[in-house]
Design a protein around this ligand. Structure first.
Ligand SMILES: Nc1ncnc2c1ncn2[C@@H]1O[C@H](COP(=O)(O)OP(=O)(O)O)[C@@H](O)[C@H]1O
Ligand SMILES: [Mg+2]
Length: 459
């Protein structure tokens, strides 16, 4: 009988065929979902409406990774959530089998290969790099030494016009009280080597824009990491007369999405110079504020966008004198919720609610510009549903959409449902990225430009 280690055990996991090597599991308990390249056998298993990622590995490694992920989740780091470890497995002949680490499937997440498979624009690559750099810096701030930074070990979620990156593989991770510069730079070096290889692979597979050079891309990662780290932790010295620079530093950090929990301020004996250094910085400035005000739990840039919309709503409805939390409640009831509830249930799996709201705001802005009038949100959402949302591939898996991997359709590789079915015509296409490589394709601006998309669709 296998042993289950879990903080919140799920009894539905017990009857699964733990006596079989993961690679031999029957397809009726598995689901086909995109995933990255892995060393171990990884499968997605479905239990009721929940999906878990299962990874088969040595007991010691499974336990270590489980503990690392538990610590990261306690520290609120962006990482997949551990569910448990199943160890002490034996097959029907009594031979021992490796342990299985279970994590909750990260909804709406995309492995980089899915993002790149239809070709990504140059500025998208740049955003992916930013997301990755923020992830690495956040982990380093927490004292987490990853040891295996690579695109395959990261999952991306849409975050307004940007991406948010999540750690998916903590097998080699170590948590320390504090990381030395040497440790951080070592991690960065690993990232550079791995990513260089991955970008070269993508280039070979014609999935990377011709004009992007893998070497330049990894250099960009290094520079951005150093810049971000300097901003987050660097010492700043200025004259005693320039006190406002303290405030500026805090504001700059807030703009990057970080809160300063502790700022070390030292004044020279004569008061002529001031030296400041952030000691404790905490990511999620905007998302925490939005959560406090509205209960919405979103990514950082989505929160920033929604908070701006809340400000605009307050101004437009003369709510500047009412308390912010009251205005936030009205905004939620009269702006946010009507948009979200207008989405037909069969399209709800395409995007998270906060992402939909952000995209509807963009859509409305373009429609208002084009038609030279102020388009109401309730009208814009209808246009968005027909023009944009209906054409997008699914990114979530909800219980209704989870068809079990049945016998009736033939899998490309029955042992690896993530490769899809033989009769799958094409990979789902994302119109944002479609034709990114076509000659003469106009490079879209940083934001959703529905006209440009239409022009392209007519093409
Ligand atoms: N909780 C999860 N949610 C979504 N995808 C996951 C999850 N866990 C693993 N994956 C997918 O499986 C892939 C391999 O997992 P990983 O832990 O990196 O395995 P390995 O240690 O063998 O490299 C990841 O790149 C990711 O795409
Ligand atoms: Mg991995």
């Amino acid at each position: 009988m296998p042993r289950f280690l879990a903080a919140q055990p799920d009894a539905r996991l017990i009857p699964l065929p733990w006596h079989l090597p993961l690679a031999d599991w029957p397809t009726d308990v598995l689901v086909a979902l995109p995933r990255g390249i892995s060393r171990h056998v990884v499968r997605f298993i479905q239990v009721g409406s929940e999906v878990f990622a299962a990874k088969e590995l040595l007991e010691g490694s499974a336990m270590h990774e489980y503990r690392m992920l538990t610590d990261l989740s306690r520290l609120r780091a962006p990482a997949v959530e551990p569910s448990g470890v199943v160890s002490g497995r034996v097959d029907l002949q009594g031979n021992p089998l490796d342990s299985i680490l279970l994590t909750r499937h990260l909804q709406f997440s995309l492995p980089y290969r899915s993002l790149f498979s239809t070709g990504v624009r140059r500025d998208t690559v740049s955003r992916l790099i930013d997301a990755m750099v923020v992830l690495l810096a956040r982990l380093h701030l927490l004292g987490f030494l990853w040891g295996d930074v690579s695109l395959s070990n990261i999952l991306f979620r849409r975050d307004a016009g940007e991406f948010a990156a999540y750690l998916v593989d903590a097998e080699t991770g170590e948590l320390h009280e504090h990381l030395s510069d040497g440790q951080r730079l070592h991690d960065l070096e690993i990232a550079v080597v791995n990513l260089f290889g991955e970008f070269c692979d993508l280039k070979e597979g014609r999935m990377l824009d011709e004009q992007l050079d893998p070497l330049a891309l990894v250099k960009q990662i290094e520079t951005r990491y150093h810049d971000l780290w300097q901003e987050l932790t660097g010492v700043e010295e200025f004259a005693g007369s320039e006190l406002s620079r303290i405030e500026s530093r805090v504001r700059r950090l807030n703009n990057l999405g970080f809160d300063v929990a502790e700022l070390d301020i030292q004044t020279s004996a004569t008061g002529e110079t001031i030296r400041i250094q952030p000691k404790v910085v905490d990511a999620g400035h905007h998302s925490r504020r939005l959560l406090r005000l509205t209960g919405l739990d979103t990514e950082e840039n989505q929160a920033r966008r929604l908070l701006n919309d809340l400000d605009a709503y307050r101004a437009k409805n003369n709510l500047s004198h009412v308390e912010e939390s009251v205005a936030a409640h009205q905004w939620l009831m009269h702006a946010f919720e009507p948009v979200v509830t207008a989405i037909p249930p069969d399209l709800a799996g395409k995007r998270e609610p906060a992402q939909i709201y952000h995209e509807v705001l963009d859509y409305r802005w373009y429609q208002s510009q084009r038609e030279r009038r102020e388009v109401p949100l309730t009208e814009a959402v209808l246009g968005y549903i027909t023009d944009v949302l209906s054409a997008l591939p699914d990114e979530v898996i909800s219980s209704e959409m989870l068809a079990p991997v049945g016998e009736s359709r033939q899998l490309v590789n029955p042992l690896d449902p993530s490769q899809g079915f033989v009769d799958d015509q094409d990979l789902p296409e994302d119109p944002w990225e479609r034709e990114a490589f076509a000659p003469g394709t106009e490079v879209l601006p940083d934001h959703l430009d529905i006209d440009a998309l239409r022009r392209r669709a007519k093409g």
